[in-house]
Design a protein around this ligand. Structure first.
Ligand code: HEM
Length: 466
């Protein structure tokens, strides 16, 4: 039997502003309110932002219908706030998206990922050296360290450009990227700044323009540099910008019939999409290890057995650290790095027996499904055993979807898993991670799940007792 949208429960909307107060206008309010709405109304609920109806979905059957569909692939309007992405792979739809996906997805196949391990290793070694000077302190906010590492890694692997942001270089680009993303988040939750016309009158507007110019210069520079290198067949290392390795993604883009402007949107897509979600996952996984010392000890023993003291972490090592993989998956479930993704229905549609009018926004609430007791009993408990291979096969295929699923899933998921594993292996080889007494992360959700009071941990050297 079929139902209309009116069967979906949700708080009563007010005229003009809809449910703006129920949802909140900061990442932390949004996070807390959505958790409460989920427990109050169940795994499908609706809210109105102005007159736009958003349906939050934390139900695996429903997610399966949307994610596996070749029709419901259009992203919601919220993605348009991230201007430099324009309509690249993550934001385009229809035939343009299909063409880009076909071109780009193969650049992340296994063989290429193997070459990237060299970069993962070298960049993480820099991190470990930097963290050494944090050992013994009362606490360290680990987030900025991991964020610069992720930025260096994505830039060097996908673009072939070494920016050394961990060592304080190219800080203008790194700062512009981070600050620009902060402005996007502020706009997404503001009643008036979301509108381009009104936003021009805000204090952030001139800053946004400045940051955008820096980002633009960076991507133009990368393209020019690589075109020049290719035309001159440069193979030797240049002092600090450009490396000799074949650059999978950027080269594929340059060899295609895309224009410079098209390529810039993809560079931005990868710089934006590739660094923040990885930082979120690594930092929350480290928090989980600090909060659960026995689990940390088990992971450490596995690392000792599989990798030992080896300085170079290989693909084989990463494939053999199975328990660590379960721990990372559980971290993704409990602290879902991309807490929701959005679709815009371009046509009227019937999904799981409910008729949706065109124009409806579907918020696929990944954090919500990962905390749905139907699929994960005692959802607040951190329990990697949930991901034992035989237990996983019993569950619903769409109950654990941290990288989304179906045709619009994450193209970087294998890349991300290898990178995250390697970072944790190298950190655990050297350090014991401890909780900071009295510290509790303040969770907020924007494009990524983040802690808005930093990610505080205590680091101790493995070879000492304290
Ligand atoms: C832990 C790390 C990561 C997580 C949790 C994650 C998660 C996701 C999710 C949930 C989506 C679907 C978004 C949507 O439907 O709106 C997505 C898409 C995407 N991700 Fe990731 N991602 C991660 C890392 C990466 C990395 C490292 C890269 C690049 C190397 C990347 C590149 C992309 C791209 C290009 C898309 C768009 C794909 C398309 O629309 O066809 N991601 N990611």
């Amino acid at each position: 039997c079929r139902h209309s949208l009116s069967v979906i429960p949700g708080p009563r909307p007010l005229p003009l502003i809809g449910n703006a107060f129920d949802v909140g206008n900061t990442p932390t309010a949004l996070f807390n309110n959505c958790v409460n709405l989920l427990s109050q109304y169940g795994d499908i609920f609706k809210v109105f932002i102005g007159n736009e109806c958003k349906v939050f979905v934390a139900n695996a059957d429903f997610l399966e219908e949307i994610m596996s569909s070749n029709v419901h692939i259009t992203k919601s309007n919220a993605y348009k706030l991230i201007k430099p992405l324009k309509f690249g792979l993550a934001t385009s739809t229809g035939s343009k998206w299909r063409q880009r996906r076909k071109l780009i997805a193969p650049t992340f196949h296994f063989k290429i990922l193997d070459q990237f391990l060299e970069v993962f290793n070298a960049s993480t070694d820099i991190l470990v050296t930097k963290l050494s000077s944090e050992v013994g302190k009362d606490w360290t906010d680990i987030y900025p360290y991991i964020n610069l590492l992720s930025l260096d890694v994505i830039c060097e692997t996908a673009m072939g450009v070494k920016i050394s942001s961990q060592e304080g270089k190219n800080s203008e680009y790194a700062q512009a990227l981070f600050r620009y993303l902060d402005i996007v988040i502020a706009r997404a939750f503001s009643a008036w700044k979301r509108f381009d016309f009104l936003f021009q009158f805000s204090s952030e507007y001139p800053l946004q323009e400045k940051y955008l110019e820096t980002l633009q210069k960076f991507s133009t520079n990368i393209i020019e540099k690589r075109r020049l290198e290719k035309s001159q067949q440069v193979v030797e290392k240049t002092p600090d910008f450009g490396i000799k390795r074949r650059v999978a993604l950027l080269d594929v883009l340059l060899e295609s019939d895309l224009t410079n402007e098209d390529i810039e949107e993809e560079i931005n897509t990868f710089m934006f999409g590739g660094h923040d979600s990885t930082s979120s996952l690594v930092t929350f996984a480290l928090l989980a290890l600090a909060d659960n010392p026995t689990i940390q000890q088990n992971v450490y023993e596995e690392v000792l057995g599989v990798v030992g003291e080896a300085k170079y972490v290989s693909m084989q090592h990463l494939q053999d650290t199975k328990y660590l993989e379960m721990v990372i998956k559980e971290a993704q479930r409990k602290y879902t790095s991309v807490p929701f993704v959005e679709r815009h229905l371009e046509e009227d549609a019937t999904i799981c027996g409910i008729d949706f009018p065109r124009g409806t926004t579907l918020s696929l609430y990944l954090y919500g499904v990962h905390h749905n007791e139907k699929y994960f009993p005692e959802p607040e408990k951190f329990d990697p055993e949930r991901f034992l291979p035989d237990r996983q096969s019993e569950g619903h295929n769409y109950a654990f979807v941290p990288f989304s699923a179906g045709p619009r899933n994450c193209v970087g998921q294998k890349f991300a898993m290898l990178d995250v594993k390697l970072i944790i292996v190298k950190i655990l080889q050297k350090f014991k991670i401890l909780q900071v007494p009295g510290y509790k992360p303040e969770l907020g959700m924007a494009a990524q799940l983040k802690s808005y009071n930093g990610m505080r941990l205590r680091l101790r050297r493995r070879d000492t007792k304290n």
